[in-house]
Design a protein around this ligand. Structure first.
Ligand SMILES: CCCCCCCCCCCCC/C=C/[C@@H](O)[C@H](COP(=O)(O)O)NC(=O)CCCCCCCCCCCCCCC
Ligand SMILES: Nc1ncnc2c1ncn2[C@@H]1O[C@H](COP(=O)(O)OP(=O)(O)O)[C@@H](O)[C@H]1O
Ligand SMILES: [Ca+2]
Length: 518
């Protein structure tokens, strides 16, 4: 009637025979070999060592000891195993189980062995640099870190140097100065904008240290040594949602502790041989650019600003004239129209190179567009759980370029609604999608060098449009939304850098039901 625990060191997994709720007895170790195939009883649970957070000796308190149950045991010894438990919808939680036995030596032997196994997991971070944006999202960054993340980091014996940012670009600038050698990774607590800052700091620092000129659009960038962990505390949290499957701080903290790595592509954005920004999620012109520009004025409103600006931008229904030139990604497997919106993580799914003679053929498309979106990853977020491009690969060296041509408001609304249901958002005559390695955009109205003139022009157009709220005018220029930051130039040149960055994340796990369904 006692629960039994058995231990498998060969397969690096701990088998826990769970017969009674919180009471456990240990099998002598290593005297008895553990059964190769444990009977799949509903009470059996198996925890891979890689998912054990920590093992601790457990003090048995007097009350417990004297309460009838333990009378028949001599003085009991115990240890507790903290491990990752799967909850609903990709959530991870910290769970624990305590093992009891009467032999002190046996108990210590278990603790020792488990600790040794955990020490072999060299991928786990020990010392982290943490940046908190106290003003991201609902302004809960600090509280989220202190209440949800610190206890777990303490449990896992992870130490951290914490910097609460005092102004925009604080995190980015500090990454250029700080001695980053002593850290195993950088954690950002905030939204996509905060992640973008940390990424710019880290990539920029790496290129500076290696003597690579970021302004050269042809330069091959050097991969970063440090991994980044994201604790979601922003407004959209799309990078977190699209790499972990949910925007949940506890889940993300556990992904960081476990120490898996997830490679991801980064796009560089240039204008006239000048570096502007990097992008990892959405680079959007037209609709998403206009939403962002309008929403920045409403930052005080919090999360709802995107919905209001979205509604307003939807009604204004502006389209923009320009030329998109792109280099199709011939090296990748699959297409943006693939039905299965499965997660494509670390594996770089590339076809064999055809050799250096492979000709690069640019495709050019001219027209009037409501939106031009380049998605480096699915861009799944709570608003759109399958994302802007559900089949986009995270780490294949390509980006999905989505062109939404001028169409009626009703059609555009139908297109938007399909981001929220199971229907194919690319199945419209006015929507095209291409998997690309590089692209360029030039607006019909080239950027005006004279800022004053440009502002004047904008004001004039703005006036006309607010006079005719129902019109579908073609405005001269929109702005690019680069991972939630506004770019000042409309003419840009974009290149995808395959797996430039690594995250602390396992990726989105397929749930058994999904597997059964597919
Ligand atoms: C009718 C409902 C249509 C819903 C369509 C939803 C599609 C949403 C796809 C969102 C992709 C987001 C990609 C990520 C962007 C972020 O990098 C970036 C920065 O995030 P951060 O603030 O956390 O730093 N976030 C953003 O740029 C925000 C994008 C927000 C998009 C909101 C769209 C709302 C659309 C509402 C249309 C309403 C039409 C109503 C007609 C009656
Ligand atoms: N202390 C600070 N004060 C003001 N702005 C900051 C601060 N720290 C970071 N930022 C900036 O805030 C912006 C938005 O941050 P983010 O965490 O993405 O929140 P949200 O998801 O709500 O947009 C980022 O561009 C970042 O550079
Ligand atoms: Ca990609």
């Amino acid at each position: 009637e006692w629960a039994r625990g058995a231990f498998a060191s060969g397969k690096r997994s701990l088998l826990i025979f769970h017969r009674q709720e919180s009471e456990w007895e240990l099998e002598p170790f290593p005297a008895r070999p553990c059964p190769a195939t444990p009977s799949p009883s509903p009470n059996t649970c198996s925890v891979p060592v890689s998912e054990i957070i920590t093992v601790e000796e457990t003090e048995i308190d007097e009350k417990h000891y004297h309460s009838g149950k333990w009378q028949k045991m001599a003085k009991p010894y115990a240890f507790t195993v903290y491990y990752v438990k799967r909850a609903r919808r990709h959530r991870w939680r910290c769970s624990h189980v305590t093992f009891w036995c009467t032999e002190e030596g046996l108990c210590n032997q278990w603790i020792q062995t488990l600790k040794e196994l955990l020490e072999k997991l060299t991928c786990r971070p020990k010392h982290l640099l943490v940046y908190i944006n106290p003003f991201g999202g609902k302004r809960q960054g600090k509280r989220i870190y202190e209440q949800k993340v610190v206890p777990l980091f303490n449990l896992a014996s992870i130490t951290a140097d914490v910097i609460v940012t005092e102004h925009a670009n604080h995190a980015k600038d500090s990454l250029f100065e700080i001695n980053i050698e002593k850290y195993d990774g950088v954690v950002c607590v905030g939204g996509d904008g905060m992640f973008s800052e940390v990424l710019h700091g880290l990539i920029g620092r790496t290129q500076r240290d290696c003597g690579v000129d970021q302004n050269n659009p042809k330069a091959s960038l050097v991969q970063c040594n440090l991994r980044i962990g994201i604790i979601p505390a922003g407004s959209t949290d799309c990078v977190c949602y699209a790499t972990v499957g949910v925007n949940d701080p506890v889940t993300s903290a556990l992904h960081i502790i476990i120490g898996d790595s997830l490679a991801m592509d980064v796009s560089s954005v240039h204008h006239n041989n000048t570096f502007l920004k990097y992008s990892v999620s959405l680079l959007g012109y037209g609709f998403y650019g206009d939403i962002l520009r309008d929403s920045e004025k409403k930052r005080w409103m919090g999360l709802i600003r995107y919905d209001l600006s979205g509604f307003k931008t939807f009604l204004s229904h502006h389209c923009y004239e320009g030329t998109v030139a792109f280099l199709p990604a011939q090296h990748t497997v699959g297409s943006p129209r693939d039905k299965k919106s499965s997660f494509h993580g670390a594996e770089c799914r590339q076809k064999k190179r055809l050799g250096s003679e492979e000709v690069e053929e640019w495709k050019v498309i001219q027209g009037k567009f409501l939106a031009i979106n380049a998605a480096n990853m699915s861009c799944a977020c709570p608003r759109s759980p399958k994302g802007l491009s559900p089949a986009a690969h995270l780490a294949d060296g390509s980006s999905d370029l989505i062109l939404v041509r001028k169409c009626s408001r009703l059609n555009f609304l139908r297109y938007l609604i399909r981001h929220t249901n199971q229907d194919d958002q690319f199945d419209f005559a006015f929507v095209e999608v291409y998997r690309v390695r590089k692209f360029q955009f030039t607006s019909k109205h080239v950027d005006d060098e004279d800022g004053d003139l440009k502002d004047l022009g904008k004001k004039r157009f703005g006036q006309i449009c607010s006079d005719h709220p129902a019109c579908c005018c073609s405005l001269p220029n929109s702005t690019w939304n680069c991972d939630g930051e506004i770019l000042n130039n409309s003419a840009i040149e974009v290149r995808v850098h395959c797996q430039l960055l690594q995250l602390f994340a396992r990726g989105i796990e397929e749930t058994p039901t999904q597997e059964a369904l597919s």
